[in-house]
Unconditional design. Structure first.
Length: 338
């Protein structure tokens, strides 16, 4: 069994060398007489920014830290090889929380959902049909309270969550602008995802001037994936009674001291509603979400770009790539094909 191990807690910018691949000779099997457990073969693993936080020692967080010396874990897609759990049978395909290794024994199955629709790529259950998809859906429709014709800005817009928020907002009838960190990503936003406008924030010396250019009449909805300097600049451009969905702040995850945000007064003067949210609170909407999105995928109304790294050996590099923007679209690791 090959595993991705966290060597130690990480401070500052994480590196591939903070993890190592360990191969054990053990052939995993369910212990005699156990009940409520499943043995799975992991097929796809999801690289997600929140995993960085789990690499530090945390107390009282919404999620537990990884354990140095042990394999890391996250969302994934897996096939059930053996089961003593009444809800799962050999041959079932599932998505949910698993471990970064070839095979896993899962005893806490609460997060696992059986995959019903298998006529779409299975890797989609790490992205558009999984946690990031639900984040985009809940964040946009539930947190942002959008109205047709509103002006929407999305940061980290070509990523797993952002590319979907933009497409939802376009289908809903909004004016949509996204920022991303390279020309290739900006082209994707405009040409593949149908954003009205997009820009490379790394090439804008003055974020204020850039936002003024794309939003001369202000921003009604900001879907924030990055926090930091971009959030500070955006606050100045929000309209009266506008909304900010605080989804993530990736620009802060590797800093030992978070940057200050200077323009928070705008929340008061412009009566902005800024709301942080966690996707976990919204999974009850998953069936409704699937009902909407499966036809949209099949009819080609929504498209999804993935960046697939092959093999567990390449998993640490794939995960680290999220923090330098190497991923183009949803970063996935294919453990075993088929
Ligand atoms: P992405 O697929 O967008 O990957 C991360 C991207 O962030 C990178 O490709 C890079 O894109 C950008 N980035 C990295 N470092 C920085 C930086 N210092 N400043 C600005 N941008 C940076 O990730 P996801 O779509 O999976 O996640 C997007 C955000 O949503 C994250 O903040 C994540 O934590 C959050 N999230 C929140 C959830 C919730 O429940 N609230 C659930 C899921 C995700 P670029 O090249 O454009 O810079």
């Amino acid at each position: 069994n090959k595993q991705v191990i966290l060597k130690h807690y990480v401070s500052g910018f994480p590196k591939e060398s903070d993890m190592e691949i360990r191969t054990t000779k053990t052939q995993l099997k369910l212990p005699e007489g156990c009940s409520g457990a499943i043995l799975v073969k992991n097929l796809y693993l999801s690289c997600d920014p929140y995993m960085r936080n789990r690499m530090r020692k945390m107390e009282g967080s919404y999620i537990e830290s990884f354990t140095p010396g042990s394999p890391i874990g996250g969302y994934g897609v897996a096939e059930v090889l053996d089961s003593t759990h009444s809800n799962f049978n050999k041959g079932d395909l599932v998505w949910g929380r698993t471990t970064w290794e070839d095979h896993s024994i899962i005893t806490s199955t609460e997060s696992l959902a059986k995959i019903q629709h298998t006529d779409v790529p299975l890797s989609y259950y790490t992205g558009i049909l999984g946690m990031p998809g639900m984040t985009a859906y809940a964040g946009f429709f539930e947190v942002c309270s959008p109205k047709k014709g509103e002006r929407v800005f999305i940061s980290a817009a070509s990523g797993a969550v952002g590319q979907l928020v933009g497409q939802f907002a376009k289908l809903f009838g909004c004016y949509v602008v996204g920022s991303a960190g390279s020309k290739e990503k900006v082209d994707l936003l405009k040409n593949k995802f149908g954003f009205d406008k997009a820009f490379n924030y790394k090439e804008e010396a003055d974020l204020n001037a850039a936002l003024k250019r794309y939003f001369p009449d202000g921003i009604d909805i900001y879907f924030d994936n990055v926090g930091g300097k971009m959030l500070d600049a955006v606050l100045l451009h929000m309209t009266l009674h506008s909304r900010i969905a605080a989804c993530g702040m990736i620009s802060q995850y590797n800093l030992e001291q978070p940057e200050g945000v200077r323009n928070l007064m705008c929340l008061i003067t412009k009566q902005i509603r800024m709301e942080g949210f966690l996707v976990f609170d919204y999974y009850h909407l998953y069936p409704k979400f699937l009902e909407m999105i499966i036809p949209q995928i099949k009819e080609g109304k929504i498209t999804y770009v993935e960046d697939i790294a092959e093999g567990l050996e390449n998993a640490p590099r794939a995960l680290m790539g999220l923090f330098s923007g190497r991923n183009i679209g949803k970063q996935v690791v294919a453990v075993t094909r088929g």
